[in-house]
Design a protein around this ligand. Structure first.
Ligand code: TXA
Ligand code: MG
Length: 339
């Protein structure tokens, strides 16, 4: 199949909407990362997403809407907390899990009785939803297991020949996937950290948001993940990544002691010149938003530079940095050492 890469404009958005209505899949930009979209009502179209990504069938998808009326048939009810969060953070990088409605294709929910919903803020994503009139199921537009794409060029490098059209809407502002919270259970639980933080949601909900155990720890043998996506190895560059905790001086000493040929560092802005090997920087040490924006591009860049071993500076585990730490832990297959 020939894959067209087109700048997002009125004509290409109309073409994307037409393809989606015909049961095809299309890659679109969102404010978080690029996604591969299909009609959430069309099981056959959704199957094509799983095939294109090589994604395990038991990992459910997020449904994207552009207005609240679209919730009709997608969810069976809107919990009070979900209403509050939607009011505060939609449109934006927040996904809310709710009890599933009867119009969603089975393939979207992978057998669960809940469905993940998000209203994106990216103008192109919204225009495609509006032009097609369809809620769009869309996972990140990477091959399963590689870093989520934050620009159209990276979508092309993973998906060339696997889908008919990629809309180029420039660089994604946020850079990591949406925050995922479930309100389908008794207490609100954070399943995937993102740009909308646990602290911000607690403020709006007026109650504690519990962290799912899978966010900072590897699941044990036999343990089931509440968010199936969390159990897979993810975001992995080809190099072996190790997170090295400690201050910059200790980090530099550790790298000096353990470096080999093709060792590179993933470090914060301004640190490269103090380290004994080539580096890729990923934002200021105290800016979770900068780190989130830079992380996936940095991981792909390390591969492009031929890294075999990567030592990474450790982000904080609060605010937006929690999302960065969560993704980096997976890229590092949970290898963390103290310098
Ligand atoms: O920012 C984003 O969310 C991007 C853009 C394209 O919107 N999409 C994205 O989708 O990251 P994906 O498929 O890569 O990640 C969806 C995550 C997975 O971890 C999946 O397991 C979880 O959401 N998920 C989806 N439906 C769920 C459900 N009903 N219950 C629990 N987790 C669910
Ligand atoms: Mg993904």
């Amino acid at each position: 199949m020939e894959t067209l890469l087109e700048k997002a404009n009125e004509a290409s958005i109309a073409k994307a909407a037409e393809l989606l209505k015909q049961g095809e899949i299309v890659a679109i930009p969102t404010e978080t990362v690029y996604g591969i979209a299909a009609s959430a009502f069309d099981g056959n179209a959704v199957k094509k997403i799983f095939e294109a990504k090589g994604r395990p069938q038991d990992n459910p998808l997020i449904v994207h809407i552009d207005r609240l009326e679209m919730l009709d048939g997608l969810v069976s009810r809107v919990p009070e907390g979900a209403r509050k969060l939607a009011e505060a953070f939609w449109p934006g990088p927040l996904t809310i899990i709710m009890p599933r409605g009867d119009r969603v294709a089975d393939e979207v929910c992978a057998g669960l009785d809940t469905v993940a919903i998000r209203m994106p803020s990216h103008p192109v994503a919204r225009a495609v939803i509006a032009a097609s009139g369809l809620p769009l199921a869309a996972p990140s537009a990477n091959l399963s297991g590689s870093p989520s794409p934050t620009c159209a060029h990276y979508v092309m490098s993973d998906m060339d020949g696997r889908l008919p059209l990629i809309l180029d809407g420039g660089d994604c502002q946020v850079g990591v996937e949406s925050t995922v919270i479930t309100l389908a259970g008794e207490t609100p639980m954070l399943l995937r950290p993102g740009y909308i933080t646990k602290e911000q949601m607690e403020q709006v909900l007026g109650e504690e948001v519990v962290l799912s155990g899978a966010i900072l720890a590897k699941l044990k043998e036999g343990e089931t993940a509440r968010s199936p996506g969390m159990k897979y190895k993810h975001y992995a560059p080809k190099a072996e990544v190790t997170i090295v905790k400690g201050d910059l001086a200790a980090f530099a000493a550790y790298v000096e002691q353990h470096k080999a040929e093709h060792t590179l560092c993933l470090c914060f802005t301004g640190e490269a010149e103090q380290l004994p090997v080539p580096c890729v920087e990923y934002g200021a040490k105290d800016s979770g938003a900068e780190q989130a924006h830079a992380l996936f591009t940095a991981l792909r860049r390390l591969d492009e530079l031929g890294a075999k071993q990567v030592f990474a500076r450790c982000p904080a585990d609060t605010g937006v940095s929690l999302a960065v730490y969560n993704r980096l832990l997976r890229a590092a297959a949970f290898r963390v050492v103290e310098a």
